[in-house]
Design a protein around this ligand. Sequence first.
Ligand code: DX5
Ligand code: ZN
Length: 223
Amino acid sequence: MQNYLIAPSLLAADFARLGEEATCVLKAGGDMLHLDVMDNHFVPNLTVGPLICEALRRYGITAPIDVHLMTRPVDRLIIDFAKAGATYITFHPECSDHVDRSLDLIQSHGCKAGLALNPASSLHLLDYVLDKIDMILLMSVNPGFGGQTFIPATLKKIEKTRALITASGRDIRLALDGGIKVSNISAAAASGADTFVAGSAIFAAKDYAKVIQDMRHALQKIK
Ligand code: DX5
Ligand code: ZN
């Protein structure tokens, strides 16, 4: 079976108890934390900066953290989040004037590099940089808010992206972000995704472990 990862998105957690929530969701079976950084500019919302990532590390969180930058520009924040303990740093190509350079910047600071594509962003944006990418994050909603509905056209896009990754022969994770829940995770996996970001589906539930377990059961059915 594929090595599937479930990445709870802290956007849907109780921010007043963030350390506790992060610990809880990892204990409940989450593999990697997803931290959404929004700037009220590239996306119409404002969330957290590097201080929060650093605070989570200081609190004792050792699991991988994927910092999803929805900010323009990105380079300064890449450096700050790398220092703050990020594992992956993922940005949108529309947010950097020099995508290749920003990817280099992430890797030269010891982090893994992710490129995020909006629902309407073309896969051509991956041309010429695939060799510098550790993760492709396909947005299955328009970024900016949690709790939105999965856009079905993403499934075809996952298939095409998986074909690109296979052709490259590289070890690149294919993540999906937005509207993922127990009822649609297997369709996403069947199309070729291997990493699933889920915010409201997990944090809106009383029992985080039960949702994560149900997601894993749904994934087990995929060959
Ligand atoms: C949206 C964010 C997502 C968000 C997903 O802009 O990038 O990570 O937290 O939330 P859900 O799972 O509720 O759609
Ligand atoms: Zn995200």
